[in-house]
Design a protein around this ligand. Structure first.
Ligand code: ASP
Length: 313
């Protein structure tokens, strides 16, 4: 992922979460690679036709939310209470407008609800049961609980429940949890940047927990003047670093490329962090970047010159 400064550049990067490796991931590498490749193509085909970065980000994330292998939408992690609680956010770098939602259920594509909130403008950040009701009123597609719960996530829930001897120790802070998230950043032909992030959170988490993914400036940030960024990893570590804005601000204040900014913030500034951290980004010159401190980060990218899919370093 190097420096590309071309007029009329279009670019998209997607991620499917940074975190610990697992036997499940190792067993399903082809499915993960196909899911990432499909997502990047869903977004890129919009950019190629002159569509907006915002629509490309939404299309890429919908593709990952609908894919049961990724922890967002269908296939979300299950809380200690045995239900799914999802979070998502989106930001438009042209207008600096955002939409975000936390602890929602039954919404098939949380990213589309975040986009509706962004467009609506009067309601920027909604959470809980009333958010789900508002989404229904807005005509957002709903699915029953059973749609979201996959066999893989249910097995993980059952295993953890047995290990914990019940459901009450979900907030044990020493537990290293499996987690995942999906995200996308895009640059369109008009030079507009957008970013989005969507998650099912961490496995067997305390109901009501909110990570970084729905927080603008932390999980998601976009500004046409600097960069679009989507983060992943342990939300509890990303939040206090105001991670997505931190990376964009590094581009703004130093004039470095997005790759240099992500490397610096994740690997240098936060080298002492014990939590998983990962980010993808595109800067306003069309350079793309990715960095992570974890065992793996599912990601794919496409520009006019380059295409790639990777899970490990
Ligand atoms: N950041 C997400 C959260 O803390 C999880 C992840 O990205 O893997 O909820």
């Amino acid at each position: 992922m190097g420096r590309i400064v071309t007029m009329g550049q279009i670019a998209i990067v997607v991620h499917g979460g940074a975190g610990p490796d697992s036997e499940f991931i190792l067993k399903h590498i082809p499915e993960y690679e196909k899911g990432l490749s499909d997502a990047v193509e869903a977004g890129y085909s919009i950019l190629k036709k002159g569509g907006s970065a915002l629509d490309a980000v939404e299309a890429a994330i919908i593709s990952l939310e609908n894919n049961k292998y990724f922890n967002a939408g269908r296939g979300s992690a299950i809380t200690a209470a045995g239900n799914v609680e999802m979070c998502a956010s989106m930001m438009d770098g042209k207008e600096k407008k955002a939409g975000a939602t936390a602890i929602i259920n039954n919404i098939k594509n949380p990213i589309s609800f975040a986009k509706e909130l962004l467009k609506d403008g009067s309601l920027m950040y909604m959470g809980g049961a009333e958010a789900t009701e508002t989404a229904k009123d807005m005509g957002i597609k709903m699915e029953p609980d059973s749609y979201f719960i996959t066999e893989h996530q249910w097995d993980a829930f059952e295993k953890e429940r047995k290990k914990k001897g019940g459901q009450k120790k979900a907030y044990d802070k020493h537990t290293k949890r499996q987690h995942g998230t999906v995200g996308a950043v895009a640059l369109d032909i008009d030079g507009n940047l957008a970013a989005g992030t969507s998650t099912g959170g961490t496995e067997y988490c305390q109901p009501g927990r909110i990570g970084d993914s729905s927080i603008i400036g932390v999980g998601t940030y976009a500004d046409n003047k600097t960069a679009a960024v989507s983060c992943t990893g342990d939300g509890e570590f990303l939040i206090t670093e105001v991670m997505a804005y931190n990376i964009a601000a590094t581009v703004e204040h130093t004039g470095c490329t997005i790759q240099e900014a992500i490397d610096h913030v994740i690997l240098v500034k936060n080298e002492d962090k014990t939590g998983d951290l990962g980010a993808i980004g595109i800067d306003s010159d069309g350079n793309i970047g990715v960095s992570f401190n974890s065992e793996r980060m599912h990601r794919a990218w496409r520009t006019r010159e380059d295409f790639g899919v990777k899970i490990y370093k």
